[in-house]
Design a protein around this ligand. Structure first.
Ligand code: FES
Length: 251
């Protein structure tokens, strides 16, 4: 199994064995986190960023588009992406020549994404339909304004003063997924305790430096609300106060 150069290898040892009179066969397994197929957490290269336990499994599980990359391509760049059908895609798997290297140990000449292509993929965010304005406000009315979670789009629809906002549920402290806490009637980040307001998603406590970011909301020709989940195109509020100028959908 490939292991990154200099990292600890894979070691499997018998810890206890029935043959030795122990009550069970138990193995001990030790290896570095860069063994075989793995996910790099943001903290791998960014000090203080999220570690792997803070990444939501929702991000990694679900329908994906598989794109075969020809063997003569060493770098997946913007030109290559321009030829791919990425419409409405939430997850992409690139099937590259790297699959042939599985038994060869770690190779440095692997096919990879260019930084620009990686940025482009991060910014793909799908535009999600979330129903009519009337239906959303009716739901707020019947639930005492409980924020509406959209798991796929990673946002909450929130009944803001005078309208509707879509808050990206990524904590502005270190990026954990922020849940709604019904008992506390506020958003409460489980990682370091940041608290966000029910109606505005501004910070009420904890280390978060600014309010939750907002996704843009528009209405299509039929009156359906459309939330743009592109994380590179958010409303980024620096001041920790409610500003009605961010409202794109009013009551
Ligand atoms: S990630 Fe630290 S409080 Fe949310």
């Amino acid at each position: 199994m490939p292991v990154y150069e200099g990292d600890p290898g894979v070691e499997i040892k018998a810890w206890s064995a029935l043959a030795n009179g122990n009550s069970a066969n138990v193995s001990s397994l030790s290896f570095g986190a860069h063994t075989g197929t793995h996910v790099d957490a943001p903290a791998h290269f960014i000090e203080g960023a999220r570690k792997i336990d803070a990444l939501s499994l929702e991000t990694l599980i679900g329908p994906a588009r598989v794109i075969r990359v020809p063997d003569d391509i060493m770098e997946i760049d913007l030109d290559f992406l321009a030829k791919c059908d990425l419409d409405q895609v939430r997850r992409v798997l690139f099937h590259t020549r790297n699959s042939n290297f599985w038994s060869e140990g770690f190779r440095k000449d692997f096919t990879h994404l260019s930084p620009e292509a990686a940025e482009k993929l991060v910014g793909l965010g799908v535009k999600l339909a979330v129903g009519s304005k009337e239906s959303v406000f009716a739901q707020f009315k019947s639930t005492n304004d409980t924020p509406i979670l959209n798991l796929e789009g990673k946002f909450f629809l929130i009944h803001a003063p005078g309208g509707l906002i879509a808050a990206y549920r990524k904590c502005t402290h270190l990026g954990c997924s922020v849940p709604w806490n019904a008992a506390e009637d506020q958003f409460h980040c489980p990682c370091h305790g940041s608290l966000y307001d029910k109606h505005t998603a501004v910070v009420k406590g904890g280390p978060a430096p600014k309010p939750l970011q907002l996704f843009h909301i528009t209405t299509d020709a039929s009156g359906t609300l459309i939330v743009d989940t592109n994380p590179l195109n958010v409303i980024d509020r620096q001041a920790n106060v409610w500003d009605p100028k961010v409202l794109e959908i009013t009551e």
